[in-house]
Design a protein around this ligand. Structure first.
Ligand code: ADP
Length: 402
């Protein structure tokens, strides 16, 4: 069924159910003037409540996201497929202005199709097809078939973004490489020490391009999965063990040290372990990268893991706002130069980097965008608390099941 537009199947099933009960699709083309159920006792409609419940029984067997609406556009019934796919967002879909205006127009024709985008809790693109069905006694209902087209939508947006941003960001290192190649072929052709120096710079620029492409691919993968809730369970102790292993090479011999403080017996939470590890790695990598500012001074990075309510989090909220229930909070702190408050709300935007810091040279501006998308997918929360000259704390929170 997946990938097929099920609307015709749905309409067919409704017609099938309707056939035995004197219903017919409300469609000028299909309805002959003589076909008046009132004038034909054999086709007399049963009480519409029975008709409706019979139709719903049939529709619930169709493996698609189907709603039955009343003539005013209110939800009379949401099928199991609709609940599974859209859950709490069903009300927002039906109330969406595009859906409302399509429903108004439905008097004139027999079907309408609309595309809409929901922004809360995460961006989701929905295609809805509405069809009006007469259930006898002058009453009618609207069948709505919903498709989640977020993946196509994300691909389309990413394609456009990629072209715009990536070409801009890649142009600088590419221009540098081209310039150095010219120099090596011309003025530096007979100057081995200069050649070595330039090759070193070129290697750095090539590595920057590589980093940028890796990050872009990671961001696109995260965005593609964002509207699908993670199905796994995350064990905080296992996550911390992996983070400890994966950060060891970054810390080895450098000026930064990592201090882990984890409460005992923390419960697991619903999520994608690889993505949770990725979030912590990005935050710790940043603490290492930016923690010492322009100097070589020692950076002390803290990673503290606790069970906590989201209300216990301090700082500027930049992720999804999460619920009120309990969850697991991971706080990554550093004693680095800190970030001015005016930058905090913008840090998770793609390609945003704080002017005048080491970030302009080394960063891609994508690490925190990746963090935010992962947290949004988990219905989690991200807060940033920073004091210039003292350090920064990034706290990520993931809800427990419940
Ligand atoms: P980047 O690839 O540039 O590190 P991020 O999205 O991870 O991209 O970070 C965005 C910006 O936030 C960085 O460029 C840097 O200016 C700032 N930043 C992130 N983490 C820290 C930190 N721990 N201390 C100071 N500044 C930070």
């Amino acid at each position: 069924m997946a990938g097929l537009w099920p609307e015709d199947v749905v309409a067919g099933m409704a017609l099938l159910a309707a056939g035995g009960m004197g219903w017919r699709m409300v469609a000028g083309r299909r309805r002959a003037a003589t076909e008046d159920p009132g004038s034909d006792p054999a086709r007399a409609a049963p009480p519409s409540a029975d008709a409706l419940s019979r139709m719903i029984e049939v529709l619930d067997l169709v493996p698609a996201a189907i709603l039955v609406l009343d003539a005013g556009g209110r939800i009379l019934h949401a099928g199991p497929g609709a609940w599974e796919l859209f859950g709490d967002s069903l009300g927002a879909i039906v109330r969406h202005p595009a859906a409302q205006s399509a429903l108004l127009r439905l008097h004139e024709g027999d079907r309408a199709e609309v595309d809409m985008v929901l922004d809360v809790p995460v961006r989701r693109a929905v295609r809805a097809q509405f069809r009006r069905v007469d259930i006898g006694r002058g009453e009618s209902v609207v069948l709505a078939t919903l498709l989640d087209v977020s993946e196509q939508d994300a691909v389309e947006r990413m394609r456009t973004d990629f072209v715009a941003y990536a070409s801009h960001e890649l142009r600088t290192p590419l221009a540098a490489l081209t310039g150095f190649i010219e120099t090596l072929r011309g003025p530096a052709a007979d100057d081995p020490p200069a050649q070595q120096r330039f090759l070193g710079v070129m290697a750095g620029q090539a590595a920057r391009m590589q980093r940028l492409l890796d990050r872009l691919l990671m961001l696109s993968r995260v965005q593609m999965s964002e509207h699908r809730k993670p199905r796994g369970q995350v064990n905080p102790a296992a996550v911390i063990a992996r983070v400890r292993d994966e950060t060891a090479p970054l810390l080895d011999g450098g000026p930064a040290t990592l201090h882990i403080d984890m409460a005992d017996d923390l419960p697991s939470f619903p999520g994608d372990s690889d993505q949770v590890v990725q979030v912590l790695l990005n935050l710790i990598e940043n603490a290492i990268k930016y923690g010492s500012g322009e100097s070589d001074r020692a950076v002390r990075i803290g990673l503290r893991v606790r069970q906590a309510a989201p209300s216990a989090m301090v700082g500027v909220d930049v992720g999804a706002t999460g619920g009120a229930r309990n969850g697991i909070a991971f706080a990554v702190t550093d004693n680095g130069p800190g970030i001015e408050a005016r930058h905090l709300p913008r840090l998770t935007e793609r390609f945003y980097r704080v002017e005048g810091t080491a970030a302009r040279r080394t960063g891609t501006g994508l690490g925190l965008a990746i963090v935010k998308h992962i947290i949004d997918r988990h219905d989690g929360r991200l807060t940033i608390d920073s004091v210039v000259g003292r350090g920064t704390a990034f706290t990520v929170w993931f809800p427990l099941a419940g």
